[in-house]
Design a protein around this ligand. Structure first.
Ligand SMILES: *Cc1c(COP(=O)(O)O)cnc(C)c1O
Length: 430
């Protein structure tokens, strides 16, 4: 089928990128479990290796099952192209890799997934890269943090551990004025709730491990390029604008235009970093993504019902869900994530750290796991787990203070979730 842009999200989440298998007519996308692809002849092989012709060479670079998922996510995000990789963290490195270099920095929000804060504050230093963390509500501080060596601005649309919505249009305005790409991690919102590209983002990254797959089976990631950034406007992005020695001096931006970042991601990123998504993982994610809109609607509905109920409970100090009128970020929902504020939020207990531990241990339907965005309801005490490596100040800045539990609301019956929370809260209180 043709993926005409006027088609609705529900149609595209099922059809974009897929067509009946040309060899067999198989209606569902086959799992192309093959490492290599036969060249028609030596000339064909040479053209593929020179990037003069697009086709399959070797599955570290491209695979037909993974390619369907890439096209599907790119379409849902309104991007020009996408590259899937082995995890969300791999996607973040793949997004930064063509932009950064030794001595260069990324200006990042303090409100990020705990693992991303660790990746950015510790591990990327080994590449000579630096992250400068800033409160993205402080517009002047974001502007002030951008310097001559800044190569990207990074934030999450709905930030983990929940309840915070980034003012993407304002941040995009700042990065645009500075001539720097804005990268938005859209994992928690998904393209159903938020379209960072239409709000001004250059690149979108995903942990497909979460809502896009939705069933807690595989890890994966994706980098989507809007195709709108002018990589050749100055000499800040030589990987994309200058001659590439590994491809006989080819210039990615000049040669591939809006697909420059995507081609670079495959031809250099996956070729040399090797953080490839395997076709089995792509299959599970393709299965999940077919029902994304239906699941997200239920996640949002349940999150609203449960968070409203929690706000009234005696054991609860406060609830941070941007869908609640009590949230300072409620006013951003209409522009940033008009179909709802997602399924993630935090609840702070009056009983502090000890009550949180007792609460988490007493839940029966909710699972205590380091994951989110599953059909199942999940819970985690971030301060003692995902945000454990952070200082208490960093924990508080990230919304993961010691008295706070993160809840990822599933798509079960809301009454059952409330009953489970009620019995656990009463135990934590008693
Ligand atoms: C889980 C997650 C990541 C990391 O993804 P992995 O697939 O676990 O590597 C990054 N960002 C956000 C917002 C996440 O929830």
């Amino acid at each position: 089928m043709t993926d005409a842009p006027q088609m609705g999200f529900d149609t595209l989440q099922i059809h974009a990128g897929a067509r009946p298998d040309p060899a067999t007519g198989a209606r569902q996308t086959p799992i192309y479990q093959s490492t290599a692809y036969v060249f028609r002849d030596a000339e064909h092989a040479a053209a593929l290796f020179n990037l003069q012709e697009v086709g399959y060479i070797y599955s570290r670079l491209t695979n037909p099952t993974v390619a369907v998922l890439q096209e599907r996510i790119a379409t849902l995000e309104g991007g020009a192209g996408a590259v899937c990789c082995s995890s969300g963290h791999a996607a973040q490195i793949m997004a930064l890799f063509p932009l950064m270099g030794p001595g260069k920095n990324v200006v990042a929000s303090t409100r990020l997934y705990g693992g991303t804060i660790t990746q950015f504050s510790q591990t990327i230093k080994r590449f000579g890269w630096e992250a400068k963390f800033v409160d993205f509500d402080d517009v002047e501080a974001v502007k002030a943090a951008i310097d001559d060596d800044t190569r990207a601005v990074f934030c999450e649309s709905i930030a983990n551990p929940g309840g915070y919505v980034t003012d993407i249009p304002t941040i995009a305005g700042i990065s645009d004025a500075a001539g720097i790409p804005l990268i938005v991690d859209n994992t928690s919102a998904t393209p159903y709730l938020c379209n960072p590209i239409s709000l001004g983002a250059t690149l979108v990254v995903h942990s497909t491990t979460k809502y896009l797959t939705g069933n807690g089976t595989v890890t994966g990631g994706c980098v989507v390029d809007s195709g709108k950034f002018d990589w050749s406007a100055n000499n800040k992005f030589p990987s994309l604008s200058a001659p590439e020695p590994a491809y006989h001096g080819l210039k990615f931006h000049e040669t591939f235009g809006p697909l420059a970042f995507t081609f670079h991601g495959i031809a250099i990123g996956l070729r040399d970093l090797g953080m490839t998504m395997n076709p089995q993982a792509a299959h599970y994610t393709l299965m999940g993504i077919e029902t994304l809109s239906l699941r997200m609607e239920r996640h949002v509905e349940n999150a609203l019902t449960v968070s409203k109920w929690l706000e009234t409970h005696d054991a609860v100090d406060y609830v941070t869900y941007a869908g609640l009128e009590s949230s300072p970020y409620n006013s951003r929902v209409a522009t940033v994530c008009p179909k709802g504020a997602g399924g993630l939020f935090t609840v702070a207990l009056k009983g502090g750290y000890d009550a949180c531990v007792k609460f988490v241990d007493s839940l029966e339907i909710f699972s205590h796991v380091a994951n989110l965005g599953d059909t199942r309801s999940l819970v985690i005490h971030s301060a003692s787990t995902t945000h454990r490596q952070l200082s208490e100040d960093q924990q508080i800045a990230a919304g993961a203070a010691p008295n706070v539990v993160r809840i990822s609301i599933g798509i079960e019956n809301a009454e059952d979730l409330i009953a489970d929370l009620d019995q656990a809260l009463n135990k934590a209180n008693g």
